[in-house]
Design a protein. Structure first.
Length: 202
């Protein structure tokens, strides 16, 4: 009599990491269910996939949370009140650039690149957690600038809103540069230059 094979099992944590890397590299819409199932335990069956994750959207949201709890922590320096404001901002930018250039995972930042990962109206809500994360980063940059203005490190008449836009645009734009092959050395040189804008407002 034929015997039933042992049910295929998989490491859920590793599956989340593997799926996160796929979404990070290709975006939400361009990552297919076939790719996800192939990456998870050499091809998990469709019923097992849905039993484990519910849906592609639910898996994506879980991957976003994994990213924010790990790689995304590089922006937490913005909220460290023990750091001088200028140091908090510069450390954030350099840590983010270093993380994005790490060869151990896809290049760039999943939060920044996620802007382009669900373009159709039907998927607009999928990237909402990424939008919230970007907004929080902007708020962190603004809080650093406000803290510097309140302490006298920056001029009272400095345009906080404009500087927030300047630094956040630079930070999010690093992802495109990394995807285009710009080296960490060049990015660090660029960070040195943009921090001179801070010094000009001091």
């Amino acid at each position: 009599m034929a015997t039933m094979g042992r049910p295929r099992t998989f490491d859920r944590d590793k599956a989340i990491d593997d799926a996160m890397h796929l979404f990070w590299q290709h975006g939400y819409e361009s990552t297919s269910l076939a790719q996800l199932k192939a990456a998870i335990n050499s091809g998990i069956s469709a019923p097992s996939f849905y039993a484990a994750f519910g849906s592609k959207e639910a898996l994506f949201r879980e991957c976003v949370q994994r990213y924010l709890a790990t790689h995304g922590q590089v922006t937490e320096f913005l909220w460290d009140a023990s750091l001088p404001p200028r140091e908090a901002l510069e450390t954030t930018m350099r840590a983010s650039a270093k993380m994005q250039c790490d060869p151990g995972h896809p290049p760039g930042c999943m939060v920044a690149l996620g802007t382009m990962s669900a373009t159709s109206a039907g998927h607009a809500d999928v990237t909402e957690p990424l939008a919230r994360s970007r907004q929080r980063t902007c708020e962190g940059i603004r809080s650093v600038l406000e803290r510097a203005a309140a302490s006298g490190e920056l001029k009272k008449e400095v345009d906080i809103s404009a500087l927030t836009t300047l630094f956040s645009t630079f930070l999010f734009g690093v992802s495109i540069q990394v995807r285009d092959g710009v080296s960490l050395d060049r990015l660090n040189s660029a960070i040195t230059l943009i921090m001179r804008q801070w010094d000009a407002s001091a």
